[in-house]
Design a protein around this ligand. Sequence first.
Ligand SMILES: *Cc1c(COP(=O)(O)O)cnc(C)c1O
Length: 425
Amino acid sequence: MAQTNSRDRDLRERAARVIPGGMYGHQSVGLLPDDYPQFFERGDGAHIWDVDGRRYLDFMCAYGPNLFGYGQPEIDAAYVRQLGLGDTMTGPTALMVELAEALTGMVTHADWAIFCKNGTDATTMALTTARAHTRRKTVVRAKGAYHGAAPWCVPRPSGTIDSDRAHQILCDYNDVASLEAAVAQAGDDLAAIFAAPFKHDAFIDQADPDPAYARRARELCDRTGALLVVDDVRAGFRLVRDCSWSRLGVQPDLSTWGKCLANGHPLSVMLGSDVARKAAASIYVTGSFWYQAATMAAALETLRLIRETDYLERITALGERLRAGLDERSKAAGFGFRQTGPGVMPLFLFDDDPDLRKGFCFSSEMLSRGVYVHPWHNMFLCAAMTEADIDGALDAAEGAFGVLKRQVRDLAPVEKLAFLSAGAR
Ligand SMILES: *Cc1c(COP(=O)(O)O)cnc(C)c1O
C-alpha cells in the first residue's frame, strides 16, 4: 500500500501541479501499481533506491540503458575524465571517429555511423535515409512494434495528424504472408522495411523472430531496392555482440541503437552499410548535443567491456536461472505464468488475466520484497546482477505467488490500463 507520509507522495503532489499529468512517458501516473515509487534517489550496480530510502533489485535497468550496472566504475571514470577535458563543444573530439571505428568493427553489416542522442533520433534518421536513398515514400513495419516517440511512430495518437503517419503499411510480425501483402501494396513506392529484432511489444507475449520472416524481409528489400532496417535500440548487445539479426544470418542495410550503448549516458546511433552511405551523407541531421564527447568516452569503454568480458554469457546464464526458478515456483503455486522473450529480456504475464490484476498484485508483492519488476513491459538483466540476486528474487517470487494465491479471488480490476492495452490484445 502506498504510504501516506512519504517523500514520494509529497513529490507526486508537487509534480501534479507543475508537470502535466504528474508524469509523462513510460512512468506516467497509472501505468504501474499504485505502490510503485515514482521518484528515485540513486542507483548502484543492479540496485535502485527510491526517495524513501527503499532498495530494489532493478529488473527494469532504466528500461534498457543499464547493461553493466549503475555507476559502473570504468565507464563512469572515462565519462568524468572527458568531462574535465571538454564535453559539449563547437565540434566533436577524436572519440567520435574512434567510436565509429569501434562499432563498424563490431557490427558486421556496418560500414559507417551517425551518432545522436535518443533512439527516436536514430529510427527517424533511418526512415529519412531510406527515403533519400530510394526517393520513395512507403515504409512497411509491424503492428504494435515500438520505434520511438516521434509523430510518425508514437503509440498514442493525441496531437498527431494523419499525414504524420501517411505512407506506412502495417504488417504482422513473423507473418511472411502479411509482410508480402504489405510489400505488394507498397508497389513501386517501398522505401524501407522496419523490423524489431524480436517481437518485444508491451502487454502481449514476446516472440523470437522467425528466421523465414527475417530472410523474406531481406529478399523483398533486395528485389525492390528498399532498405532493411533493424531497430536494435532496445535489444542491441543484449543477445549477441553484433546486430541482433546476425544470429539469423540476416544483415540489414541500416540498424538503430541506443539505450545501453553508453551504459546510461545519452547516446544513440544509426549504423549503415555502404549501399546507404551516399543517402546518409545527403540528409540534414543534427542536434545541439550530438557531438558531446563525454558520452562517447563512456560508449567506448562500454564497447570495450562488451568485447572483452563475458557479460553476455553471464547475463544469459542468470536469465536461464531466473526463468527456470520462476517456472518451478509458479507451477508449485498453481499459476499459468508465461515468461516470454529471451531470458535476458523477459516479460511476465499470467494466464486468465485480461485486465492484469494478477500481474499487478504479483508485481506489488515483489516490490514489497525489494524486487522491482514490471507487470506488462519487458524487463532487462544486467551484468551487475549475481546468482545470489537471482536467488533472492526467486525467494521473493515464492512469497509473492503465495500471497497472490490467497488473494486472487478478491482482486480489484485494473481499469486505468484498459485504454492502453486494448489495442495490443
Ligand atoms: C526505446 C526504443 C526506441 C526509442 O528510443 P528513445 O531513446 O526512447 O527515443 C526505439 N526503438 C525501440 C525498439 C526502443 O525500445
